[in-house]
Write a protein that binds this ligand. Structure first.
Ligand SMILES: Nc1ncnc2c1ncn2[C@@H]1O[C@H](COP(=O)(O)OP(=O)(O)OP(=O)(O)O)[C@@H](O)[C@H]1O
Ligand SMILES: [Mg+2]
Length: 253
């Protein structure tokens, strides 16, 4: 037995050592779930798996750095530094930088943060001469975010009477026009907002089978921390990437 496995309890060790096929760990807060992921990666590296073939998705980039440091201490920094580890947004922004041109974006596309998005939404509301006390930038922005995270593009929105009825009931019948204008303006500016980083990754993986195959082959082992907090768009990305090898470990509470 690898010496570092002694630093785990029995239940943790079982989850670490079962490396083929899907593993799901549901356990309470502070019970040692992140430790399972950390040691599982160390175990994979110790077994000779190439760091290049491991993808680890964490809730924060700080958590990823801490995990990497810890893995470095267990198996050596040389191996650990090649791991792909970080939040969904940071990892898939990196992939989009490589593949963006397929989607019609420049590879040096801009990333709009929450403030940039809200400013653009306010501008559009003003240009359309809508009442900003009814069309509040903040509510429009969170509505757009929620649609995007359910992969509902403006086109899908306009094909869905129920969604449009919800906005009419919320006294925002022009919401769809704002959403469409926002999407077009971002695209023309060569910009993606945070939700686009996930939405466009889905588009990339579902529209381009050769790109999907490339990343499926690359990420033979996938690990997801804080799985309970993943949204639909993130779920679909993980599902697509893991579909070939199904060596996926998710932990959550
Ligand atoms: N087998 C163990 N032996 C000693 N310490 C442990 C063990 N498992 C976990 N710990 C320690 O307990 C603390 C919580 O562990 P960890 O962060 O892995 O839990 P978690 O379930 O991910 O927590 P959270 O719900 O906050 O994400 C950490 O300080 C960790 O080092
Ligand atoms: Mg944790």
């Amino acid at each position: 037995m690898a010496h570092f496995l002694k630093e785990l309890n029995d239940a943790q060790r079982v989850a670490v050592e079962k490396i083929d096929g899907p593993v799901m760990v549901i356990a309470g807060a502070g019970s040692g779930k992140t430790r399972v992921l950390t040691y599982r990666i160390a175990y994979l590296l110790d077994k000779g798996v190439d760091a290049f073939n491991i993808l680890s998705l964490t809730f924060t980039n700080k958590a990823a750095r801490e995990m990497k440091d810890r893995i470095g201490k267990i198996v050596g920094d040389g191996e650990a530094k090649n791991l792909w580890m970080g939040t969904f947004h940071s990892v898939f922004a990196k992939i989009l930088r490589i593949e963006a041109e397929r989607l019609g974006y420049p590879i040096n596309f801009t990333i709009y943060d929450a403030d940039d998005s809200k400013k653009l939404i306010s501008t559009i509301i003003k240009e359309k001469q809508l009442d900003k006390d009814i069309y509040k930038a903040k509510s429009v922005s969170s509505r757009i975010s929620s649609l995007k995270n359910n992969l509902l593009t403006p086109k899908a929105y306009f094909q869905n009477g129920e969604l449009q009825a919800q906005d009419s009931a919320a006294k925002m019948p022009m919401f769809g026009e704002i959403y469409q204008a926002y999407t077009e303006r971002c695209f023309r500016a060569g910009a993606m907002d945070f939700d686009d980083l996930l939405l466009k990754t889905n588009e990339l993986l579902y529209k381009f089978p050769e790109v999907l195959a490339k990343y499926q082959n690359r990420f033979k082992y996938i690990l997801v921390d804080e799985y309970q907090d993943t949204n639909h768009s993130q779920y679909l990305i993980v599902k697509a990437l893991a579909a070939k090898y199904e060596n996926i470990c998710i932990v959550g509470d």
